[in-house]
Design a protein around this ligand. Structure first.
Ligand code: HEC
Length: 359
């Protein structure tokens, strides 16, 4: 045996040793010398501890999830009432073709939904605000294929297999939404990158590329202002409410506040209601009746006296400001006319009230 053959033999033997020292089970990752460095011992959201603590599955740990997925059928919270619709599930199912090309195998399908989506209307108006937001998203997710202006000349489209047609954006809004959601041909599904509102905003931006579509000049700041003004409706002035009240009808004066157990008006809280009543009386020749009511706690005689004293306090204020005493009547009903049950604190608070009636 010459030395060359010996070298070959030694090398062969070394290779044999290296291979034979591997574990038989092909799926085993082998020994883990520092498991904590790649298997987090920390309590983490959605982590299955049965799997991560050791490479062998430990079933005694499998149920120690630190967070659970939301229950099926629930809808994510939305800060704005108008945005709730975007958290509802998308009503269209993927078609069989989308299932095959985009691994959506766990979903049901409906081959007619792609065609039917033509009828779906963009719920977002074509405002400058939506267009701007859509543009930002388009540049992040679409430009590299569809090109800046939608001509299908993005950088990725240099590859002859990925060449979106320039006509891609000539489709109806609803159908574009469908294809962005589930993908089309080589274009992937974008439902996990863009939520429903964002998908409609991208469509708004696509629409704005066509100069025939008029963009409403409303910036995001203006939009925020107009929606908050819808939510905070102008409070109706009390003298206006009194003017529209029919004779015999009554109104609870929510903002007439008295010190507890007394007929002293809390002027800081009651001033504006009193002034509104004055304005009404000065501009009209009608007479008013003020009725005091209490809850059912305490002595009923005392309740009656207190409710009358409170109605009289309102009268004195008005008379002190130039209204003839003959135009104002007062009554104290104590707890004899509850509006709601006195069983809860809330109910009792509603029953303690001063009402005004047009005579
Ligand atoms: C990987 C490249 C790629 C990306 C990224 C991409 N697209 Fe596409 N898109 C395509 C191709 C290719 C087609 C043509 C698909 C076909 O008809 O087979 C297409 C088609 C479309 C269509 C027409 C769909 C139809 O029903 O015919 C719309 C609308 C569209 N894309 C919008 C978008 C939007 C919006 C984005 C970004 C959120 C986007 N695409 C991202 C490649 C892409």
């Amino acid at each position: 045996m010459n030395s060359k053959t010996l070298h070959k033999l030694t090398a062969g033997l070394a290779i044999a040793v290296v291979f034979s020292s591997c574990v038989k089970d092909e799926n085993s990752p082998g020994y883990e010398y520092m498991p904590d460095m790649y298997r987090s011992p920390a309590i983490e959201t959605y982590v299955d501890y049965g799997e991560v603590r050791t490479w062998q599955y430990d079933t005694s740990l499998t149920n120690r999830q630190s967070a659970l997925l939301p229950p099926m059928g629930t809808i994510a919270f939305s800060e704005n009432a108008e945005d709730v619709q975007f958290n509802l599930p998308y009503k269209r199912l993927p078609s069989n073709a989308m299932i095959a090309s985009h691994s959506l195998a766990s979903l049901e399908y409906n081959d007619g939904d792609y065609e039917a989506s033509v009828a779906d209307v963009n719920p977002l108006p074509l405002t400058q605000c939506n267009v701007e937001k859509g543009k930002e998203l388009y540049n992040r997710f679409c430009t590299h294929c569809h090109g800046e202006k939608g001509a299908g000349d993005g950088k990725v489209s240099m590859n002859e297999n990925i060449n979106p047609p320039a006509t891609a954006f000539k489709r109806a809004d609803g159908q574009m939404f469908y294809s962005i959601t589930y993908g089309k041909g080589v274009m992937g599904a974008h439902a996990s990158q863009l939520n429903q509102k964002e998908r409609w905003q991208v469509i708004n931006y696509i629409k704005s590329m066509d100069e025939a579509n008029v963009v409403i000049a409303q910036s995001c700041d203006e939009e925020a202002k107009s929606s908050s003004s819808i939510m905070e409706a102008e409070p109706v002035d009390l003298s206006t409410s009194l003017s529209s009240l029919e004779s015999g009808a009554s109104l609870v004066l929510d903002n007439l506040v008295f010190a507890t157990g007394s007929s002293n008006l809390d002027m800081a809280k009651s001033q504006s209601s009193l002034d509104d009543i004055l304005t009404f009386l000065k501009g009209s020749n009608k007479s008013l009746e003020f009725d005091g009511h209490t809850d059912n706690t305490g002595n009923e005689e005392a309740n009656k006296a207190l409710s009358l004293a409170r109605a009289n306090a309102v009268k004195s204020y008005l008379v002190g400001h130039g209204i003839s005493a003959s135009r104002i009547e007062t009554q104290g009903f104590g707890s004899s006319q509850p509006k709601v049950s006195n069983d809860t604190e809330e109910g009792r608070a509603q029953n303690r009230r001063t009402e005004v009636k047009i005579k």
